[in-house]
Design a protein around this ligand. Structure first.
Ligand SMILES: Cc1cc2nc3c(=O)[nH]c(=O)nc-3n(C[C@H](O)[C@H](O)[C@H](O)COP(=O)(O)O)c2cc1C
Length: 352
């Protein structure tokens, strides 16, 4: 129904209005009388062989929504009702900011990809805090992904992350330090070991009773991935999210010249290599979240076998629609049972 009817209609709109319309529709699922139905649907997202316990949290299943789709937490319950086992909101910055001028989001349907240079458009941490306070019930963990304001110089970036963590970590189930967006100038330089260690130490002090994750770029060289893993472990992080979008262009498409981060199918291989590398470097001891180019259950299974304890997606959801999370969970359940396992957790890293 989505691919035959809804997607062609949505894809007739420019990408951003289509995005807002979709999110608005999902937000409606949260309103009465939709709320009762959403809750029942979300409850059905729990499947016994897919339940996982990661970084001290219980997830009804390992498939989460990646950051950036619901930056301001407008449709959290609606998104859970589609089957997601976790929803990551943000990236949120301390102060509201408009992001880059449009056009800033591009579809590459032939490549099943998107390019975005949104630049952390969001309503700011106080607005997100108010939304999270309204949620008296959550079917699974809600992560808060933190960024810095564009006009905060890199020398003062630590303060933005600390302020964000202080305001929002009490309202989050887990917290993510995002240093990997290509659309905030200079941000990714903070992934360098010294700067990273300083930043993570400061944020770790604020995030005491919650798991803390770091989200990294797929454009790090392999050695740099190793360094980041070492710093993450030394900083007592709870996990790494591999990966954000890429500035590389492994595609030949007229829109490939647009600046920004490429996501979707062309990102699958590199993001999975980074994941596998991080799994090896950490001897499988650091929980990893695999994200990048997941479009179906087989992709999700491959991420898990490459070392992901949790999987996320964004672009696959834009192309696959609201039925996709449940289709992925169906396939995962089949794969777990075909492998003779009673829990998906036992498949983590089996190919590494
Ligand atoms: C339009 C768009 C906006 C995004 N915004 C954010 C963001 O604000 N913060 C973040 O950490 N990642 C953001 N991402 C990256 C995704 O969370 C994800 O890491 C990446 O797209 C790879 O996954 P995918 O191939 O399933 O889309 C964004 C991605 C897209 C396509």
């Amino acid at each position: 129904m989505y691919e035959a009817l809804l997607r062609p209609l949505l894809f007739r709109l420019p990408p951003e209005p289509a995005h807002h319309l979709g999110l608005w529709g999902l937000g409606l699922l949260e309103l009465a009388p939709g709320i009762a139905r959403s809750r029942r649907r979300a409850a059905r997202a729990e499947r016994s062989s897919l339940k996982v316990h990661v970084a001290g949290l219980d997830f009804p299943n390992p498939l989460g929504l990646a950051a950036g789709l619901d930056k301001d937490g407008e449709a959290i319950i609606g998104l859970f009702s589609l089957g997601f086992g976790a929803v990551e909101v943000g990236t949120v910055t301390p102060r509201p900011q408009p992001g880059n001028p449009p056009p800033r989001l591009f579809r590459l349907p032939e490549e099943r990809a998107l390019i975005n240079r949104l630049g952390f458009n969001n309503l700011g941490m106080h607005a997100l805090g108010a939304r999270l306070r309204e949620l008296e019930w959550r079917p699974g963990p809600v992560g808060v992904n933190l960024g810095k304001n564009k006009d905060t110089p890199n020398e003062a970036a630590v303060e933005d992350y600390v302020v964000g963590a202080r305001a929002l970590s009490p309202l989050a189930d887990y917290v993510v330090v995002n240093l990997s967006s290509p659309n905030t100038p200079g941000l990714r330089a903070l992934q360098e070991p010294e700067a990273l260690a300083r930043l993570l130490a400061a944020v770790r002090e604020e995030v005491v009773a919650r798991p803390l994750f770091l989200k990294i770029a797929p454009d790090l060289e392999d050695d740099a991935v190793d360094e980041v893993v070492d710093v993450a472990r030394a900083s007592e992080l709870d996990g790494i999210i591999c990966t954000n979008t890429t500035v590389r262009r492994p595609v030949a498409h007229p829109l490939a010249k647009e600046a920004g981060g490429l996501s979707g199918r062309p990102l699958f291989d590199r993001s999975t290599q980074v994941l596998r590398r991080a799994f090896r470097r950490s001897d499988g001891k650091l929980p990893l979240v695999g994200v990048g180019g997941v479009f179906d259950g087989e992709d999700a299974w491959r991420k898990i076998c490459a070392g992901a304890s949790l999987v996320q997606l964004f672009t696959g959801f834009i192309y696959g629609g609201p039925g996709l999370p449940r289709r992925i969970l169906d396939t995962l359940e089949e794969r777990v049972s075909a492998a003779g396992l009673d829990s998906v957790a036992k498949a983590v890293g089996r190919d590494v």
